[in-house]
Design a protein around this ligand. Structure first.
Ligand SMILES: [Zn+2]
Length: 331
């Protein structure tokens, strides 16, 4: 669909405007050229050139294909210096897009799975993010991500690491990974612990899991925000609950298409969520894996018929959500 004129006017203003991005994953942000560089150290590189990364993007379409791609990206990371390279490319993209506040999911469990020391990686990331801010780049804050399919004990370990040496840049925690693994209630205790530590609770739900996954997340985990949450649109009462409680959904249009969560743009519930009064923000999720930008996500929503006012609402909801993080954590 050709974007509406008011949406095009918004996009022109938005291109250079200060922005907020609240849903993106560190390893998923690695640009194709950087991924090729990391991969080139292998005898048989999985990603020998940018065309091979693009081919992998085109072959997505299911959760399994997505997690396979994500795992293969993680397999190219060998050191904390590699993490610094990825973080530098991430902040360079944030600077290009004038993102003044970003909340990035960083997963100590993934770092340890790769075989690296969490504190080494954390120090490398801190150095890169601090340098970016010192140069006048936007603020980068961290959400510690639990990997759902590794269970509640692995999530407890993440909070143990944070308790051992707290990282002031951390503002919250989330639960990503395979959405249908483990019952949501299994994570209720670790969420209580995270909240007691003064951290903002966020959770991935309603991407591949149905509306029940969103309802369970709200009931058991009491998140301030939900990453995706789009399947809530199948239950009007649930949309009303999200709107009433002010639970923000951090929606990623390109990601939803590429992973097969939504089969066609025309079916994406973004506008129905907005119409129901749910606070919605737009983000890239995994900009390296999906080959997208924050402006690109707004452009895609415009191509689905979102009006200038609806796009402005998403940008305003993101600013408000960022303010809420700051007031929640005093950072
Ligand atoms: Zn995500």
């Amino acid at each position: 669909m050709t974007p509406r004129r008011d949406a095009l006017a918004f996009l022109r203003r938005f291109a250079s405007a200060p922005k907020v991005e609240l849903h993106l994953h560190l390893e998923g942000a690695v640009p194709a050229a950087v991924l090729v560089g990391l991969s080139s150290r292998s005898a048989k590189p999985i990603f020998p050139d940018v065309a091979s990364v693009r081919a992998r993007r085109r072959a997505l379409g299911s959760p399994d294909a997505f997690f396979g791609f994500y795992r293969d990206v993680c397999r190219q990371i060998r050191s904390s210096a590699d993490y610094a390279v990825i973080a530098r490319s991430l902040v360079a993209r944030l600077a290009r897009e004038n993102v003044r506040w970003a909340e990035v999911y960083v997963s100590p469990a993934v770092v340890e799975k790769i075989g690296l020391d969490w504190f080494d990686v954390r120090d490398a990331l801190e150095h890169t993010f601090a340098e970016h801010e010192a140069r006048g780049g936007g603020r980068v804050r961290v959400l510690l991500d639990f990997v759902r399919h590794w269970g509640p004990a692995a999530a407890e370990r993440v909070l143990d690491l944070h308790a051992e040496r707290p990282w002031p840049r951390v503002v919250g925690f989330g639960l990503g990974g395979e959405e249908t693994a483990f019952a949501t209630g299994d994570f209720a205790e670790v969420y209580r612990r995270g909240r007691r530590a003064g951290l903002l609770p966020v959770v991935h739900a309603g991407e591949w899991g149905g509306p029940d996954s969103v309802a369970d997340a709200v009931h058991f985990l009491q998140p301030v925000r939900i990453a995706h949450g789009i399947r809530a649109a199948e239950d009007p009462a649930l949309l009303k609950t999200l709107a009433r409680k002010g639970v923000v959904c951090d929606v990623c249009p390109t990601s939803n298409l590429r992973t097969g969560a939504v089969s066609r743009g025309a079916e994406h519930p973004l506008r129905r969520m907005l119409a129901a009064g749910v606070p919605v923000t737009l983000s890239t999720d995994d900009p390296g894996l999906f080959g997208t930008t924050l402006v690109g996500e707004f452009r895609r929503a415009a191509s689905w018929g979102a009006s200038g006012a609806e796009l402005e609402r998403c940008a305003a909801d993101a600013r408000q959500a960022a303010a809420r993080t700051r007031s929640y954590t005093a950072r």
